[in-house]
Design a protein around this ligand. Structure first.
Ligand code: 6PG
Length: 247
């Protein structure tokens, strides 16, 4: 049974980031209370930067029990961790370096390894951590590309049809970013307790309309439908500009 989809629109990217930080802190507290830990898969790209910076701030950092937080990635580019294109580096510089998260709680994709080896190692680490074939993240954060991709699941990719593995290596050319990537698959994402898309900017207005106004479409982002978890889209007004106004 697929749950309902929440679409929340905020005036600008700062309000969007603040709302996302409030939500992440709330989900984290609930997870720690219920299961003694909070397992989150971070998004890559540029949109989450403001959220990660806020989570490291004096306002939000005290709200999370960082010793019980475990950080994974929804996808990673196959580049070294200090490379400008590394999603790990983005999270390290904006968040992880600034909070008391034990280093053993950072489950990094080994982007410096050959892609298939990095994917296999990441999958094995998740299977051991979750003691299950598929991970059950408390929260998966996702962005949206202008072509409808999410994580590193791109339109037309065979990775979209993966039903057995939780992690695969892919090649995708997008916006001049590193092409070799490792990504969670749809079964791994859809097993999450909550999935949160964060989308900002006028450039995304057309794809947001295409994704949200036609349910069950073929675009990768439309294939994100948590099996029993919650799905929410947090948008700024610019990215939501083409959506039909409520009411
Ligand atoms: C990546 C991301 C990717 C990203 C979208 C949106 O590794 O590139 O995981 O899915 O979220 O491309 O990127 P922006 O936030 O930069 O628009």
């Amino acid at each position: 049974m697929r749950g309902k989809v929440e679409v929340l629109v905020y005036p600008d990217v700062d309000a969007l980031a603040r709302a996302a930080a409030v939500r992440v802190a709330a989900v984290a507290s609930g997870a720690v209370r219920a299961r003694g830990r909070f397992c989150v898969a971070l998004a890559g790209g540029s949109t989450p930067r403001a959220l990660y910076t806020l989570l490291a701030s004096e306002t939000f950092a005290p709200r999370l029990d960082w010793a019980r937080v475990h950080v994974f990635w929804g996808d990673e580019r196959c580049v070294p961790p200090d490379d400008a294109g590394s999603n790990y580096r983005l999270a390290w510089e904006t968040l992880l370096e600034h909070v008391p998260l034990p280093v053993g709680n950072i489950h990094r994709v080994r982007g410096e390894w050959p892609c298939h080896k990095a994917a296999a190692a990441y999958s094995a680490e998740m299977q051991a951590f979750f003691d299950a074939l598929f991970p059950c993240f408390d929260l998966v954060l996702l962005g949206l590309g202008e072509d409808g991709h999410t994580a590193s699941l791109f339109p037309g990719s065979v990775a979209l049809d993966e039903t057995v593995r939780s992690v695969v290596a892919v090649t995708a050319n997008y916006a001049g970013r590193p092409a070799q990537r490792v990504t969670l698959t749809l079964p791994a994402i859809n097993a999450a307790r909550q999935v949160l898309f964060l989308v900002a900017g006028m450039a995304k207005a057309a794809i947001v309309q295409a994704v949200l106004e036609k349910a069950n479409g073929p675009l990768p982002a439309q294939r994100v439908r948590p099996v029993s978890g919650e799905l929410a889209w947090l948008l700024d007004a610019a990215a939501a500009n083409r959506l039909k106004k409520e009411g």
